[in-house]
Design a protein around this ligand. Structure first.
Ligand code: MEV
Length: 324
């Protein structure tokens, strides 16, 4: 039996449908070229060790019986609970050492927590020779996200597992790969770290105060996701961009955009983007802009004029894979 394995999983970017997707609506998500790598080693001694310098967890160690118990550092939570959930379902109980490194900053909102969770479940299933298809791996990893966050759609877990560009419905009710080759996206990083759970709670409070209005907003977002799916499959960037702009309007209505995100979005649009919107929970993290080859550099300059950092990313990339 193999004693160690190295796997990698991609980060993600939400294209259309954030927040509504938490409440039984669809979204579109693409996997990005920057990846999370994890080396997982199993041994007899009943300890769990984690070395994740990107999230400032160095030399973290505890007895396997204490896994999931007591104070867990923020950067260790997803890996530790993923192992706990795996061992509850498949009672092997060997010691585990995890070493992670990421090609993207945990600050970008590219989904480093879900990518590392996916790496763990994939690696353990390989090391223990348990055949689990992507849906089974999804359910295990999604349980980990819910155990920690209390809520969330699981779209980030699906992107890390399946890769490509997906049409996704809450909790993996539908996970449908879209037939696209590439998506001409530019990322604008705001430099501000968003807290997804706080933003989800904020939106949930708003919907308690104005249930009918927020429900209608979700229905409109649902419609534009359906239209966006067709536009992206047809490479109709003009329509896809317009739908991104409309989606941004709804996200403004839900109260999750910020002055800085909006400034970057307007600069990107003025520089000739087909469309631009925030991507993810809002409150910070990134915006995305759909660009042509000709407008790419102008958009990056525009984003930087608004105080953001332009990042050129590969999209639609492969999901979780074995590296070594
Ligand atoms: C966060 O990146 C996107 C949200 O829709 C949350 C989720 O889908 O889990 C706000």
């Amino acid at each position: 039996m193999r004693k160690h394995i190295t796997v990698s999983a991609p980060g993600k970017l939400m294209l259309l449908g954030e927040h509504a997707v938490v409440y039984n609506h669809p979204c579109l998500v693409t996997a990005v070229g920057q990846r999370m790598r994890a080396k997982i080693t199993i041994f007899d001694k009943p300890v769990f060790e984690l070395h994740a310098p990107d999230v400032k967890v160095i030399g973290y160690k505890k007895h396997l019986n204490d896994i999931g118990i007591g104070d867990i550092p923020k950067g260790a939570k997803f890996v530790e609970i993923a192992i706990k959930n795996f061992y509850e379902q498949y009672p092997f109980k060997g010691g585990v050492k995890v070493e992670t490194s990421s090609e993207f900053s945990a600050l970008f909102g590219f989904g480093s927590s879900s990518a590392s969770t996916v790496c763990i479940v994939k690696a353990l299933s390989m090391l223990y020779n348990i055949r689990l298809d992507n849906k089974k791996l999804f359910d295990l990893a999604y349980k980990t996200v819910l155990d920690i966050q209390g809520k969330g759609s699981g779209f980030d877990v699906a992107a890390a597992l399946y890769g490509g560009t997906l049409y996704f419905v809450t909790a993996g009710k539908v996970i449908e790969p879209l037939d696209v080759k590439s998506l001409p996206l530019i990322i604008g990083y705001s430099g501000i770290k968003a807290d997804t759970v706080i933003l989800m709670n904020q939106v949930s409070e708003l919907s308690k105060d104005y249930p009918e209005i927020v429900k209608d907003l979700y229905v409109q977002i649902d419609r534009l996701v359906e239209l966006g799916k067709t536009a992206i499959e047809k490479k109709d960037w003009q329509s896809a961009g317009e739908l991104m702009n409309i989606n941004q309007g709804y996200l403004e209505s839900l109260g999750v955009s910020t002055g800085k995100l909006s400034a970057m979005i307007y600069e990107a649009r003025e520089a000739g983007a087909y469309g631009a919107k925030l991507s993810g929970a809002g409150g910070g993290d990134c915006i995305i802009a759909l660009s042509s080859k000709e407008t790419k550099q102008k958009i990056i300059t525009g984003i930087e004029k608004a105080g953001g950092k332009g990042i050129d990313v590969e999209t639609n990339v492969e999901g979780v894979r074995i590296e070594l």
